[in-house]
Design a protein around this ligand. Structure first.
Ligand SMILES: [Zn+2]
Length: 511
């Protein structure tokens, strides 16, 4: 197949832009028309001046949670506690009695007046229907009394926070490990396997329509590896998956001597996930001033990285606050002799708030920053409020890039929408509304944002010679865009998506 008459961005410095691309089977075989005559009777696709880029990888997705969230009560954009409660109330009216109401997206920091939610606020509209509403950042869970009753007072776990009122009674808000443990035991436990798979099938359709050809999944703890295998067996797994598993699985992986990367070009288990701290929005990010919640200590992370390295697994660790990032960098530094000679590619997820001294350490150590360009534009008000003196190292994507650090971009869906073009716009424009750019000195170029969305995620999964660029021998994973994003970032849209040489979204011809 020949794609011709367009702008093809290979994302390789040797030949950044070509006019045509030849594809045979699942791979790219050449560019600029040199191969047309070598193919017996090639199918020619007229791009009509459109642009082709390598398929997008979302380097941080909670695929199951995002798929399920598409069907849940959504509280994004609510401007007050009353408004959020009203949205929940109308959902209760439509629900079957006794069934749990699940939802996500609230952010108390954006409410006017500024208040924390309570179980009483929900009880007023929910009655006996149990309700569990996850915060937008995924680190706080807001419950009503009917939901709390399920735990029968058993709410406190190590690394967790149970918010209590003046009488020592739970307010209905759980944070960090307490929120996650509750969700695992009572919320996810209600969702049957068929419902999960059904949501993921729909999620895959949406992902491909947005140009996603590959994801780094973070929901290994929820059984995504098993679910993706089932979808694979059905022939429904249309995007490539680099699967993380929780570090709590280390014992089993050691026993099995299970190597990272086991799998194939579509589905592989590849890295371990750990958490250092909480988040900005939940005020649980671990800061150098001593505030925040520690989920994993520096010493514990060292042990995890050492054990993982010995059986060949790289570690991805969530770190938001400047203290959490320093501890994570210290742990990777202390264990470098274990992971570096094995060629492992460790990463810090989010890297949101960095002490300026720590910024160059990513590239010095060889630790990648797996960031979310859209978090900068979504978090700008909270960051200005809670981190007013941290601007030099907060969401400092350009500084990280210029320090030589490997920067990969993801959405953290469902926290942001799984939509790579939206992420690229956020990274370049540093604004998603009518306001001017937030810290424009940290903006990336379109080419850099594309590289962080196509090339570096492929490097992180060890695929740098197979994917992420449109070069001969590389897998034909690509996106057709309505226009060239370098010329028209605001206007360009996904027209079609190809994975492994097959059109999986909107095959040509296009009108
Ligand atoms: Zn995440």
């Amino acid at each position: 197949m020949i794609l011709e008459n367009g702008v093809i961005r290979t994302l390789d410095a040797s030949l950044p832009v070509t006019r045509a691309l030849a594809i045979a089977g699942e791979s790219v075989v050449g560019s600029v028309g040199t191969h047309e005559t070598m193919l017996a009777s090639p199918e020619v696709v007229d791009l009509g001046g459109r642009c082709v880029v390598p398929g997008f990888t979302d380097a941080h997705v909670h695929f199951l949670q995002w798929s399920l969230a598409q069907r849940q009560v959504r509280l994004e954009g609510t401007r007050s506690l009353e408004e959020a409660v009203a949205v929940v109330g109308s959902a209760v009216g439509e629900a079957q009695p006794g069934r749990w109401i699940r939802g996500t997206g609230w952010r108390s920091g954006e409410w006017e007046p500024a208040v924390e939610p309570t179980k009483e606020a929900l009880d007023a509209v929910t009655g006996e229907t149990p309700v569990a509403m996850m915060a937008k950042d995924g680190h706080s869970l807001w419950l009503n009394s009917a939901a709390l009753a399920a735990a029968d007072g058993d709410l406190q776990v190590p690394g967790g926070v149970v918010e209590v009122d003046g009488d020592g009674e739970p307010t209905g808000v759980l944070r960090e490990e307490s929120a996650w443990e509750f969700r695992r035991r009572f919320v996810f436990a209600q969702i049957q396997e068929d419902e999960r798979l059904d949501a993921m099938r729909e999620g895959l359709r949406v992902a491909v329509s947005r140009g996603v050809t590959s994801v780094h999944d973070k929901d290994g703890w929820l059984g995504d590896l098993r679910l993706f295998q089932r979808l694979r067996a059905e022939g429904m797994l249309t995007v490539r998956v680099w699967q993380s598993l929780p570090h709590e699985f280390l014992d089993s992986l050691e026993t099995l001597d299970f190597s990272a990367g086991l799998g194939d070009a579509v589905l592989r288990a590849g890295y371990l996930k750990a958490f250092m701290d909480g988040t900005l929005g939940s005020r649980t990010a671990r800061m150098l001033d001593g505030t925040g919640v520690e989920i994993t200590s520096r010493e514990e992370l060292e042990e995890i990285v050492r054990r993982a390295a010995r059986i060949g697994w790289p570690v991805a660790v969530h770190a938001i606050g400047d203290r959490a990032n320093r501890d994570a960098l210290d742990a990777f530094e202390a264990t470098r002799a274990e992971w570096a000679p094995r060629g492992l590619r460790p990463r810090i997820e989010h890297a949101q708030c960095l002490a300026p001294d720590d910024l160059p350490r990513f590239s010095q150590l060889g630790v990648a920053a797996s960031v979310q360009f859209s978090h900068a534009t979504s978090d700008r008000d909270l960051a200005d409020r809670f981190w007013p003196d941290k601007a030099a190292g907060a969401y400092a994507f350009r500084s990280l890039w210029e320090s030589g650090c490997v920067v990969a971009n993801g959405s953290d869906a469902p926290i942001e929408e799984l939509d790579p073009l939206a992420g690229i716009r956020a990274g370049v424009l540093r604004t998603i509304d009518e306001r001017s750019a937030w810290h424009p000195e940290q903006a990336l170029t379109v080419e850099q944002a594309l590289e962080a969305t196509c090339v570096t995620p492929a490097w992180l999964s060890g695929d740098e010679r197979r994917r992420g660029k449109l070069l001969p021998g590389y897998l034909a994973d690509l996106v057709v865009l309505s226009s060239d994003p370098v010329e028209d970032l605001a206007g360009c849209e996904v027209v079609a998506t190809m994975v492994g040489g097959r059109w999986l979204f909107n095959p040509p011809p296009w009108g």
